[in-house]
Ligand binder design. Structure first.
Ligand SMILES: O=C(O)CCC(=O)C(=O)O
Ligand SMILES: [Fe+2]
Length: 444
């Protein structure tokens, strides 16, 4: 569990100096960013804003970084011929279902992406992040044209989410949502490498999702399965985490659930990804050539809680920097997500109201302050004895209705347990919300 304490801007600045960064340029950036925060909060006469910047993580939850968990399932997909969907995949399906139901996370090998594609993607990622800050800033996220696509420095990331890591993120698919014009032109091979990587991951994730549904008795010709053949969104997020002098004081990525169907993740040998099972954190071992698969919120809804999204976080390493590549698939914005009919009957009532994926994302942004899991907004109230509350309605958020942005951050309304997307001030949220509505899209 992560706890947060209120601090002054000055303390926050010192914190950034002390925990994050050994690189002179970033330290300067830290003080600049903090000054900007202070200036903004002063201009809005909101004294709460400049406070509340520093995470104090309960040190007892941190494990020594060499203690990898070897119980997280490792699944060999070689029995699936990646070009032939007709081959028998019964054993593999059973292994995937078991792993999904027990852990919500597993690693796969012989997954159809060659070692050279994985290594190429890691090399490109490294090459991008070692570029001077000014060069990376040429790709900085532009909230006018492409919210959440492009480069976000550690300091912006910390300011917005308290994640102590920098990111480069894009939508790979569909083209209509992607701002590929702003993809890095250096490294030169970047686009080609990630197009190939993206195609491989898309195929892998849709295949795994298919098998997981088949394993629960959902036919590949069903409506639910059809979603996987339709209009999916595929996102790519490259991450870079500097060594942290006081790793117990900060997190590279705070605990959260992914809003995806499934997420594929490749981490380098620094490790640092941790998953939560039954209230305990476990370190996912880096395995060369393996891809980590995380279950997200949408598969939880579709499978009516047969599978649960896995909470995860990234811890920092005192000595080594870390690179990760995170690539997820989500339903299209207009897609209606609901528990599969095959899994619902009198004794297994639907646990979620149907929602459009766009509604889900908006609910997630509405929860920005409280850190509450957006899925809970769509959960059906069950009366004693298991009957459902048919009168209760899912909260439908129309794309052109404004979000309620009046909440201000106070220690009392802060839920430190699940702080997926956290913004420090209400003007930050006001700053962003119009964009979600502008093009009728909201993407992150
Ligand atoms: O960098 C990582 O390993 C994980 C990041 C993550 O969880 C995310 O982007 O959703
Ligand atoms: Fe994640």
């Amino acid at each position: 569990m992560v706890a947060w304490i209120p601090v002054t801007g000055r303390e926050a600045e010192e914190f950034l100096h002390s925990v994050s960064i050994r690189n002179g340029k970033d330290v300067q950036g830290a003080s600049k960013a903090m000054k900007a925060i202070e200036a903004r909060s002063a201009s809005h006469h909101d004294e709460e804003v400049a406070k509340f910047l520093v995470p104090l993580t309960e040190q007892s939850t941190f494990l020594p970084h060499w203690e990898y968990c070897h119980d997280i399932p490792l699944i060999d997909l070689s029995s699936l011929d990646h070009n032939d969907h007709r081959r028998d995949a019964t054993d593999t399906t059973a292994a995937l279902v078991k792993a999904a139901a027990s852990w919500g996370v597993f690693q796969v090998v012989n997954h159809g992406l060659s070692m050279s594609v994985l290594e190429g993607a890691m090399a490109m990622t490294k090459e991008f992040f070692v570029m001077p800050e000014e060069e990376k800033q040429a790709y900085a996220q532009d909230y006018e044209n492409g919210p959440f696509q492009g480069y976000k420095s550690t300091l912006d990331s910390f300011h917005m989410t308290r994640n102590l890591g920098s990111q480069l993120e894009y939508i790979l698919h569909p083209e209509s949502l992607s701002i590929k014009d702003n993809w890095p032109s250096t490294p030169a091979a970047y686009k080609d490498v990630f197009e190939e990587f993206g195609k491989g991951v898309y195929k892998l994730l849709t295949r795994i999702a298919d098998l997981l549904l088949v394993g629960l008795g959902i036919s590949t010709t069903s409506k639910t399965s059809g979603m996987l053949k339709g209009n999916l969104i595929q996102t790519l997020r490259l991450g870079h985490y500097e060594p942290c002098l006081q790793p117990e004081m900060a997190l590279g990525h705070t605990p959260h659930l992914d809003h995806t169907l499934l997420t594929a993740l490749v981490q380098d040998d620094t490790g640092g990804l941790e998953v939560n099972k039954d209230g305990h954190w476990y370190k996912v071992a880096p395995i060369p050539g393996a891809i980590i698969i995380l279950l997200g919120d949408q598969i939880q809804t579709i499978t009516n809680d047969n599978f649960k999204a896995v909470q995860h976080r990234v811890v920092l390493n005192p000595d080594s920097s870390r690179i990760s590549i995170v690539c997820g698939i989500t339903p299209g914005l207009d897609e209606i997500v609901s528990p599969a009919l095959e899994l619902v009957d009198d004794t297994h009532p639907a646990l979620y109201h149907p929602y459009s994926y766009a509604d889900f994302r908006l609910a997630q942004f509405q929860n920005w302050y409280t850190g509450q899991d957006a899925l809970e907004k769509f959960r059906v109230e069950l009366h004693e004895g298991g009957t459902t509350d048919t009168a209760s309605k899912s909260p439908t958020i129309s794309l052109d209705s404004p979000l309620n942005v009046t909440t201000t951050i106070k220690p009392s309304n802060w839920n430190p347990k699940s702080n997926n997307h956290i913004i420090q001030s209400h003007q930050d949220l006001e700053f962003q919300t119009p964009i979600f509505f502008k093009q009728g899209t909201l993407v992150a």
